[in-house]
Design a protein around this ligand. Structure first.
Ligand code: ATP
Length: 321
């Protein structure tokens, strides 16, 4: 293997840079040329490459976002776009591609592998929604960011005897909401995986804790449930008499310097991905399970289902009252 490419695709996640760094350094140390692809699959279609060396990834392990930029490429998902990308890879002598992104990006990697360009996916998404992994790069940082933000909101919520209804990211998954809800002692946590009724799971819970003299409340809502948190806050206020405010944490959850866990795991995964390609193994997803780094066939990985840990949900339900 003489030349590989590395790209970041889909939503950016803290720790992507640490993964890029590990890919570049591992490849360089093994005599492989690395092309950094700018703006995800768009860069692969258009030949927008930067030749990377050991020093081009200096001072990035601590930075959020991605130095390679990210994009969502509608063109790449078409037959013509895919053909163009394959042509560009051949033109530049690219024999393998490391794709750092979420499940959409892995679908692209699978399609590219099927057309003869071996790809290895690294799970980089704050949502932690990749089924074969119990951890994805960026999730730990995002979870800690949410915790810090909610702690700040809690100070003012407590000072004014209010209820704060806080929407957190996660796309269609509730992992960020469930775990941040536990970490922040939320009275109620609403996630898309578990059916709920506002009356029973929010209002009644609040009223019950009011009877034990609780005066301020945190309600965590996953964006995936599709609720309008302003409306929910208004409903809570009218039914409980507690002044309620809504906060959408938004993109503040994406940025910031990655945690040690994200940096270490991203480094291990980046190194592992290049080793797979060096052994002529493509069409794989690098995964983390119980702190161990391993790999799966992309197709199989995309067909796996990830469910919420009911035990964890029950713990939250029992303790956060
Ligand atoms: P995140 O979970 O952070 O949103 P993601 O990788 O799932 O990340 P997507 O927008 O779903 O983000 O996908 C990123 C890119 O992958 C798309 O813009 C597209 O170029 C490519 N892609 C997605 N789905 C497919 C598909 N079915 N076939 C080919 N390429 C795809």
């Amino acid at each position: 293997m003489k030349t590989i490419a590395v790209l970041t695709s889909g939503g950016d996640a803290p720790g992507m840079n640490a993964a890029v760094r590990a890919v570049v350094r591992t490849a360089c140390e093994n005599g492989i040329k690395v092309l950094g692809v700018v703006r995800g699959y768009n860069g692969l279609i258009n030949g927008d490459f930067i030749e990377m060396d050991l020093r081009s990834v200096s001072d990035i392990i601590n930075r959020g976002g991605t130095i390679l930029y990210s994009a969502r490429s509608a063109e790449f998902a078409t037959e013509e776009g895919m053909r163009k990308a394959v042509r560009t890879c051949r033109e530049y002598g690219i024999e393998g591609v490391v794709v750092i992104g979420g499940d959409g990006s892995f679908r692209g990697a699978r399609d590219l592998s099927e057309r003869g360009i071996p790809c290895v996916g690294i799970p980089g998404t704050i949502d932690n929604d990749i089924a074969c992994c119990d951890y994805t790069i960026g999730y730990d940082t995002c979870l800690n960011t949410i915790m810090e933000m909610v702690d700040r909101i809690r100070d003012t919520t407590e000072s004014h005897d209010r209820c704060s209804v806080i929407e957190v990211m996660g796309r269609r998954a509730g992992f960020l909401a469930l775990n941040s809800g536990i970490a922040c002692g939320a009275t109620a946590i609403l996630i898309p995986e578990i059916p709920f009724e506002i009356e029973k799971h929010v209002i009644e819970r609040m009223k019950r804790t009011q009877r034990t003299d609780k005066k301020h409340f945190i309600i965590i809502v996953a964006e995936g449930v599709g609720l309008d948190v302003k409306q929910l806050a208004a409903e809570i206020q009218s039914k409980t008499g507690v002044e309620s405010r809504a906060t959408i944490l938004g993109h503040t959850q994406r940025g910031g310097y990655p945690t040690a866990k994200d940096r270490v795991m991203a480094t291990r995964m980046g190194n592992y991905a290049v080793k797979l390609l060096m052994n002529d193994i493509g069409n794989r997803v690098v995964a983390a399970q119980k702190e161990e780094v391993l790999d799966f066939d992309i197709f199989e990985a995309l067909n796996m289902k990830k469910s919420v840990d009911m035990e964890l949900y029950n713990v939250a339900h029992e303790v956060s009252i």
